[in-house]
Ligand binder design. Structure first.
Ligand SMILES: Nc1ncnc2c1ncn2[C@@H]1O[C@H](COP(=O)(O)OP(=O)(O)OP(=O)(O)O)[C@@H](O)[C@H]1O
Ligand SMILES: [Mg+2]
Length: 376
């Protein structure tokens, strides 16, 4: 860990979870239909009151074109055009003075393209006296073309409006994906082409040893690029979901976790068929299970994990239970989090944004139990 990260704000996990709940409620109230949720999940960050990134998840980092680690220590002002600095400072001081505040601002991603983003900020207390941080949700606001569904009447209008929001959301996703492919994959392939051409030229000149070295490096690059492509695809939609359906994909995830760890047994129990799970919930359910399993492996020191997907009177119930050390009194230490530490509230957001209920019970005696219920 970088020395400069030590002594960062200490946030109680319960406070962060409560803040996420309040933020989501307030943000939905402000902008009921206009949220575009990234396929990777909500773009979340923790900022100091003067707008310095303490931590950012992968979605927030991808939205701004940086890695999470690169964002830590940067200020929002560093990403805003000069003429927006005054307004930004005013908005941040309003956020610091209120419990919740939403505003929109223009931020430059790494590529230099300006993007108007909505920032929803919820005040979170920390364990240090007189210090707080701002849990921040970044969204790309959708701007309606005048004269479309807005002017039509009642049910038909709201249905049309929903479809329009959905299409605009997809459009935004496509733009972001196109930028990622262009800046990531496009650059990598250009480099591979140049390296191969260089190797060819050396072979023609009889510099075979040099060419071999270059081709070795090229193969390495290609392997890296294949890894990147897999990562982008996997992040956008877990590949297993389409191939196997949700129950089998969850079963396969459990087996992979069990095989990948030495002393953890993972059981899976499911009484739900793939066709009984609404399509729009599947990816979120998979991501929640994946994050909860990752947490159990990373933090719990557990020997047993059980994952279940069952139908009960209240709807579909996903439960992940471990027999580890729990975190009831564990501070959410952003000094340790460095670039991450937003997985739990990311899960919570995924569940609650679709009207589901999310709960965590955790103790040193019983381990950790994550429950997510969706009414359907
Ligand atoms: N199953 C668990 N058992 C014990 N402690 C846990 C468990 N799950 C989470 N924690 C604690 O809660 C903290 C927050 O978890 P969270 O998933 O939000 O962040 P992270 O796993 O540290 O980072 P990220 O998920 O962003 O990669 C963890 O750092 C850990 O201390
Ligand atoms: Mg985690």
């Amino acid at each position: 860990m970088d020395e400069s990260q030590r002594g960062g704000p200490q946030i109680a996990l319960a406070d962060l979870i409560e803040a996420m709940r309040k933020l989501r409620r307030a943000a939905c109230y402000r902008q009921p239909e206009a949220a575009v949720t990234d396929a990777r999940g909500a773009a979340l960050a923790i900022l100091t009151p003067d707008g310095i990134f303490v931590s950012a998840n992968r979605s927030a980092a991808a939205l701004l074109g940086y890695s999470s680690a690169e964002l830590v220590g940067k200020g929002l002002a560093d990403l805003a055009p000069n003429d927006a600095h005054g307004d930004l400072a005013n908005e941040l001081s309003t956020s610091a003075a209120r419990e919740f505040h939403s505003f929109s601002t223009v931020l430059f991603g790494r590529t230099g393209h300006p993007a108007r983003l909505a920032l929803h900020q919820q005040w979170v207390p920390t364990k240090q006296m007189n210090t707080s941080v701002l849990l921040t949700l970044f969204e790309e606001p959708l701007i309606f073309e005048p004269g479309s569904a807005e002017t039509a009447s009642s049910f038909e209008a709201s249905e049309r409006m929903c479809k329009t929001w959905l299409m605009m959301g997809q459009q935004k996703e496509r733009q972001r994906l196109a930028a990622e492919l262009h800046d990531g994959l496009g650059q990598a392939l250009t480099l591979v082409k140049l390296m191969t051409e260089d190797a060819l030229m050396r072979i023609r000149r009889g510099q075979v040893d040099d060419a071999v070295q270059l081709l070795d490096a090229t193969v390495f690059r290609v392997r890296e690029t294949i890894g990147d492509v897999r990562q982008i695809c996997g992040e956008l939609r877990p590949l297993m979901l389409d191939k196997l359906g949700l129950p089998a994909a969850l079963g396969s995830l459990c087996r992979r976790v069990e095989h990948g760890t030495e002393a953890i047994s993972v059981s899976f129990d499911c009484d739900v068929a793939d066709r009984d799970v609404p399509e729009h919930l599947k990816a979120d359910m998979f991501r929640v299970a994946q994050e909860a399993l990752n947490n159990a492996i990373k933090h719990a020191e557990a020997t047993e994990i059980s994952l279940s997907l069952r139908r009960d009177a209240g709807g579909l119930l996903l439960t992940i239970q471990d027999n580890g050390i729990g975190y009831e009194n564990h501070p959410f230490a952003t000094e340790n989090a460095y670039t991450t530490g937003l997985g739990l509230i990311g899960m919570q957001h995924r569940v609650e944004i679709h009207g589901g209920a999310f709960s965590i019970e955790s103790s040193a005696a019983t381990g950790t139990r994550i429950c997510a219920t969706w009414m359907c």
